[in-house]
Design a protein around this ligand. Structure first.
Ligand SMILES: C[S@@+](CC[C@H](N)C(=O)[O-])C[C@H]1O[C@@H](n2cnc3c(N)ncnc32)[C@H](O)[C@@H]1O
Length: 287
């Protein structure tokens, strides 16, 4: 009998027990809630791993990942199960607020502004922040002299893309002409259809893998501004409060925290006050 080609096999069913094994692992190590409604999503995303590994069933896959404590595969499994949707200038009113309110205030006291994009996905957010700060510096000479943006994420796949800083032309083309011209270099190979962030901007941005479930983030700086947008929404409320609590150690007194538009610190016990919805300022006291 001819050996079956596994890429042509019918879609495998992820049983409730298999789903629950993986869901428990993801919830405890990454913090992402995995209710039963996520079973089909998990099944279709993990099918990609089964095909790549030429593994026939989810039961074999679970043995492959967990029985041998296969850390490389655990990382790849987390990569496929995280949601990485992002875009340049996403939730743009945050960048207006940054330009009109936050940077002018910081410019009064700081020459070097430090920003953390936590849960940065493939880099669009930290590069957008860098573009906005660069434009502020250009339009307000002598105020802020330098800045750095640190992007962190748990997914190695998106961090690779962020580090490479290469984006599809149809995405980049949606940005205003003057920003494209100042901050992107089109590939000279027309077939490639992509553009890369210019080195002058890239030099302000660095990336690091970080899991918000870690007990200490071990970040190298204390930041003036932290962006953590559209990440906490995947965690339960208790985990959200713990993660934001850990951010406080790395936020300057009077520093700013930006959350995603559908996220809130309402009823959490944190040293933050609301500036405008989803933008918070750390109250000036030692934690
Ligand atoms: C939907 S994206 C948001 C990207 C960007 N902040 C934005 O608003 O466009 C969420 C990111 O959070 C990351 N993430 C999820 N759980 C995480 C964890 N426990 N630690 C660090 N990053 C995590 C995911 O890998 C993903 O790239």
């Amino acid at each position: 009998m001819q050996e079956q080609n596994r890429s042509l096999q019918p879609v495998q069913e992820l049983t409730d027990k298999e789903f629950s094994t993986i869901a428990k692992y993801i919830e405890s190590t990454v913090g992402i809630k995995m209710p039963a409604t996520k079973r089909i999503m998990m099944q279709s995303r993990l099918m990609r791993r089964l095909r790549t590994l030429n593994i026939g069933t989810f039961s074999e896959y679970i043995d492959y990942v967990f029985k041998s404590g296969n850390t490389d595969e655990l990382t790849l499994m987390i990569d496929v199960l995280t949601t990485n949707k992002t875009e340049f200038f996403r939730e743009n009113d945050h960048f207006d607020y940054l330009t009109k309110m936050v940077l002018p205030e910081l410019a009064g006291t700081k020459k070097n502004v430090k920003i953390w994009s936590a849960g940065c996905s493939s880099g669009e957010e930290p590069y957008t922040i860098s573009i906005v700060v660069s434009e502020f510096i250009k339009n307000n000479p002598g105020k802020i002299l330098n800045f750095s943006v640190t992007g962190t994420d748990i997914s190695t796949k998106v961090l690779d893309k962020a580090y490479n800083a290469v984006y599809d032309l149809d995405v980049v083309d949606q940005l205003p002409q003057h920003l494209k011209k100042s901050y992107f270099l089109k590939s000279t190979d027309k077939e490639m259809n992509c553009a890369r962030i210019k080195p002058e901007l890239r030099r302000h941005v660095s990336f690091k893998r970080l899991n918000f479930m870690d007990s200490d983030f071990r970040m190298p700086e204390i930041y003036d501004i932290i962006f953590c947008r559209n990440v906490l929404i995947y965690f339960d409320k208790e985990t959200q409060e713990k993660v934001i609590g850990k951010f406080m150690k790395y936020l300057q007194p009077d520093g700013y925290l930006f959350l995603g538009h559908s996220e809130t610190i309402f009823s959490m016990n944190l040293p933050l006050r609301t500036c405008v919805p989803t933008v918070y300022k750390k109250v000036n006291k030692t934690i």
